[in-house]
Design a protein around this ligand. Structure first.
Ligand code: AMP
Ligand code: MG
Length: 345
């Protein structure tokens, strides 16, 4: 398959709009940027389109897809806006990186929801994403544009690595603004529940509704699971370990590990913020940015993981990022990438 590549300015051209619309309506996939990560899009109302997403990504079909819309009004066509607080949340955070899980209507194909009676819906803020949905004239399912299990794509180059010649169209939108997937919020209950943390945090949501709960699986995230229960996701090829503790001890511990692995002929990579990046010796160090920046670590995390693979790194060590404003979302992805391998020093 020959993949057609477009840029933002191409979306103003009539022939490109027609190509995007026809591709989506015929059940084929279009990869496009959103503010969170790149998405692999399909017509949400087309079973073929949805089947293609699962096939191309290699995604298990019981993992539900998020439906993307380009106007708040479209929600009621597909879901019951049952709780009185939902409108307040939509008005405060949409368009943006927040998915709302609501009771579905019969208009939503079963294939999207993996048989659940709920559907996750999001109105993205990225202008390219909004254009693609509007051009299609139908809601668009758009899970992260990565082969299942690999880190999500936040750069055009990463999308190309995974999907060149595998989808009809890829739209280049540069680096993703946020860099982590949307917050997923279950709004079917009197008190909403965060199912997946993102940069719309519990504290931000609680400025609009009195209370927000965290799903129980999130509270247990830093407890190493029994080996058979481990669930790999967002994972680089190398074996990854998170090292937590006082900064000097973390640096010393990682440097000792680097030495041991080097003696065995293995390549070591380190993920750390700029202030300490040059303290690691004889390793490939990926600087995820300024420690005091709110957005740097989130937007660089998946780039760091993919860069480790590109460098053929065997052992990856990452510091923890608990002081960041988005630490809940960042650490959630990091723990999964490391298969919950955490060493406290
Ligand atoms: P993504 O791969 O970023 O598109 O995110 C899809 C994720 O959203 C799933 O793996 C679920 O965690 C969540 N999700 C989507 N729809 C639902 C739903 N109906 N109920 C619960 N979680 C959902
Ligand atoms: Mg994903």
């Amino acid at each position: 398959m020959h993949t057609r590549i477009y840029k933002k300015e191409d979306l103003l051209k009539e022939d490109v709009k027609t190509d995007i619309k026809e591709t989506l309506l015929s059940g084929e996939n279009v990869v496009f940027p959103t503010e969170t990560v790149y998405g692999i899009g399909a017509n949400a109302l087309s079973e073929t389109g949805i089947d293609n997403i699962y096939r191309v990504k290699g995604r298990p079909s019981d993992n539900p897809l998020i439906m993307h819309i380009a106007s708040k009004e479209d929600v009621t066509t597909y879901a019951h806006v049952s709780m009185p607080y939902i409108k307040k949340i939509m008005n405060a955070f949409w368009p943006g990186p927040l998915t709302l899980v609501m009771k579905r209507k019969a208009t939503v194909p079963d294939k999207i929801t993996g048989g659940r009676d709920t559907v996750g819906i999001r109105y993205p803020s990225n202008v390219i994403a909004q254009s693609v949905i509007s051009i299609a004239g139908v809601p668009i399912c758009a899970p992260s544009a990565n082969i299942s299990g690999r880190p999500s794509s936040t750069l055009f180059e990463h999308v190309m690595e995974d999907f060149k010649e595998k989808v009809d169209i890829i739209i280049d939108g540069g680096q993703s603004e946020v860099g982590l997937e949307s917050t997923v919020l279950d709004v079917t209950k009197p008190i909403p529940v965060i199912l997946r943390p993102g940069i719309i945090t519990k504290a931000m949501l609680e400025t609009v509704v009195p209370k927000v709960n965290l799903a129980s699986h999130l509270k247990e995230d830093d407890i190493p699971k029994a080996p058979g229960m481990k669930y790999k996701h967002y994972a680089p090829n190398g074996e990854m370990t998170i090292v937590e503790g006082i900064e000097d001890k973390v640096v010393d511990f990682i440097n000792e590990q680097i030495k041991t692995h080097k003696e065995n002929g293995h390549k070591v990579g380190v993920i750390a913020t700029r202030d300490i990046a040059d303290k690691f010796k004889d390793a490939f160090v990926f600087d995820v940015g300024d420690k005091s920046s709110k957005t740097d670590i989130a937007s660089n995390l998946y780039i760091a993981l993919r860069r480790m693979d590109a460098q053929g790194i065997d052992h990856i060590y990452s510091t923890a990022f608990h002081e960041n404003a988005y630490q809940e979302a960042i650490m959630n992805r990091l723990y999964k990438a490391a298969n919950h391998t955490i060493i406290k020093v």
